[in-house]
Ligand binder design. Sequence first.
Ligand SMILES: Nc1nc2c(ncn2[C@@H]2O[C@H](COP(=O)(O)OP(=O)(O)OP(=O)(O)O)[C@@H](O)[C@H]2O)c(=O)[nH]1
Ligand SMILES: [Mg+2]
Length: 362
Amino acid sequence: MTKKGRHKTALSEQEGISDPEITNDKAILKIKQKRLLSVSSETLVSEILKGQVTALSRAITLVESKNSKHLEKANTIIKACLPHANKSVRIGITGVPGVGKSTFIEALGKHLSALGKKVAVLAIDPSSSITKGSILGDKTRMEDLVKDSNVFIRPSPSGDSLGGVARKTRETIILCEAAGFDTILIETVGVGQSETAVHSMVDFFLLLKLAGAGDELQGIKRGIIEMADAIAINKADNDNIKHAKLAKVEFNRALHLYPEKASGWTPKVQLCSALNNEGISDIWKTIEDYIELTKENTFFSERRQEQNKYWLIQTIKDNLQSAFFNHPTIKTALVEQLKLIEANQTTPFVAAEYLLNLKQGL
Ligand SMILES: Nc1nc2c(ncn2[C@@H]2O[C@H](COP(=O)(O)OP(=O)(O)OP(=O)(O)O)[C@@H](O)[C@H]2O)c(=O)[nH]1
Ligand SMILES: [Mg+2]
């Protein structure tokens, strides 16, 4: 199309204009970082405990920062918030891209807000740092929820490793709880390892599914079904209802094949339409039933203890790993050893031993 022709129809795109200087990313980051250190930890903690979301957001930014001064401050804040945390229900929501997680969270969030609950929505999506997909998507898809004063939405932190992102999310949960949020919803895309990370930080794990043409169980990892406390078949609306009902039968049958859960809970399969707001209150009722049962049989608190122990070990592993691989001497030596392996001049075991010994002497 010629330049002239572009303006003839309202449907044609206009050429973009460059960002004005004021939105220079680096400048904004610099200003934000300065601002973060200007408020004392004590002030932030007392504001968080009063439920002020600006302070909460700032503290989360400190948690997510890579700057060591920020992290030191973040640790002080988390420590002060810990005695006020733990008083919430943490729910993990997973499913393949496009299944309707964000739409579901919007519907559930509105339902909970109407019940007078305070809801924090977090996301674990290590891929978002590359694609920015979840941030953009959730901002547009959770439009109503963003405006709700009972709801706090924080997009996924960017991180290089799932371990790093997961640790930040766990600490963010503590801050949100201290700020009075009683229901924490954590969205994660059901591909890769992120659902295992989410499972190890929530009380209830909900798997969203779509009804297909009778091959529901194909292509789902066994592990994900085993983790699920409930399966919600979403988009059970219009022409899809028949398929959804059949899928429900099939999932129920499949769930019977799994051993009984340590929680004493029998996983449920339910239908919903997040878009039409149908089935949402039933799913919430299921979650409430689960919480009641597991609090009664003490599984709820035992599981949280187990999760804390798991995260202690996990954090040590993460730290050791990054201290090892980020050490400049090791970085250089690793490249050399990899070359030797390629040239068949050493074995992986000999090379590993050499590198580990090298690190010990550093
Ligand atoms: N018909 C129907 N469409 C739905 C329903 N829930 C979500 N959708 C549509 O499905 C599409 C994807 O929904 P999202 O909520 O963005 O899905 P998601 O799982 O969060 O996707 P990712 O964040 O990309 O992983 C959107 O176009 C929604 O409008 C539903 O219950 N019924
Ligand atoms: Mg989404």
